[in-house]
Design a binder for this molecule. Structure first.
Ligand code: R5P
Length: 270
């Protein structure tokens, strides 16, 4: 693999264990000012010290993240559809590789919608992006199965979507955890990171999701809502970090989470 691609990937995937904890804050590109991401700077800033990389759009990077930060940027470069529009899958490439270079990003990210009316268009977007980004040494993250496609969250569908992304040359893939996740990982020759999805019912559910994904062969997580929609987002990202990088079990991570929340609480409150 090209030196530049390897170098950028090693900023995202920590060389000591090959894993990553990416913080996803790109949701506004189709959801608008979604809950607890209304003021992106306020949400993002306290979490940055605990993220191996941050995934977001050009607009939020430029307006809400200080350019002196050293956290690697995974820039979302696809979009063009919203939650109130006709079809979320109808995406195009929204940011050029030239602009990604200007912003000094460590990777670019684009969604594919396998099985949708826009399957061909979004796969062609991915192929084009890889052709354009590779000569600059910029890795490409393919994001599979969002929107309506989430209804197909099973190993057969996700394995197909991830494999297709890898066949087109994606350097890493983001997908969802599912039953028989090992089959998804086993059929995909590039690293997989998992999204968290909508906020889960309990803290333990979130920690188990991260743990089982890592046990199942994920190279990390790219989580958003289950971190920053938590009442104690810093405590939650640190607990997930313990699972990703320190081998913590869900129970150990849960105890850390409770300790951190307790330590933050004003005297007399938990
Ligand atoms: C979805 O298209 C976005 O790329 C999000 O970054 C992704 O869904 C991960 O965030 P969450 O953990 O909130 O699902």
């Amino acid at each position: 693999m090209d030196w530049g691609i390897r170098n950028r990937l090693s900023r995202i995937f920590q060389p000591q264990d090959g894993r990553t904890l990416m913080l996803a804050v790109d949701h506004g590109y189709f959801l608008g000012p979604t809950t607890r991401l209304e003021d992106p700077r306020a949400t993002i800033t306290p979490l940055l010290p605990y993220a191996d990389a941050i995934m977001l759009t050009r607009g939020i990077l430029q307006t809400c993240v200080d350019p002196t930060v050293t956290v690697p940027v995974v820039l979302r470069v696809s979009g063009g559809a919203t939650i109130v529009g006709r079809d979320l899958a109808n995406e195009t490439i929204t940011t050029s590789v030239r602009d990604a270079v200007r912003l000094n990003v460590s990777a670019v990210a684009l969604s594919i919608f396998v099985g949708s009316d826009y399957e061909h268009q979004t796969l062609a977007n991915l192929a084009r992006l890889i052709d354009e980004a590779t000569p600059y040494g910029i890795p490409v993250l393919a994001v599979t199965a969002v929107g309506k496609e989430l209804e197909k969250r099973d190993a057969r569908y996700l394995a197909l979507a991830c494999r297709v992304a890898a066949e087109l040359g994606a350097h890493f893939v983001k997908t969802y955890y599912c039953e028989d996740f090992e089959k998804v990982v086993g059929g995909c020759p590039v690293p997989i990171v998992i999204a968290g999805g909508p906020k889960l019912d309990s803290d333990m559910d979130v920690l188990r999701l991260a743990y089982e994904a890592i046990q199942g062969g994920a190279a990390g997580v790219d989580m958003g809502r289950n971190i920053w929609q938590h009442d104690h987002p810093v405590a939650m990202i640190r607990a997930i970090r313990a699972i990703v990088h320190e081998g913590a079990t869900p129970q150990q991570a849960y105890e850390l989470l409770r300790d951190l929340i307790h330590a933050q609480a004003p005297v007399g409150r938990v």
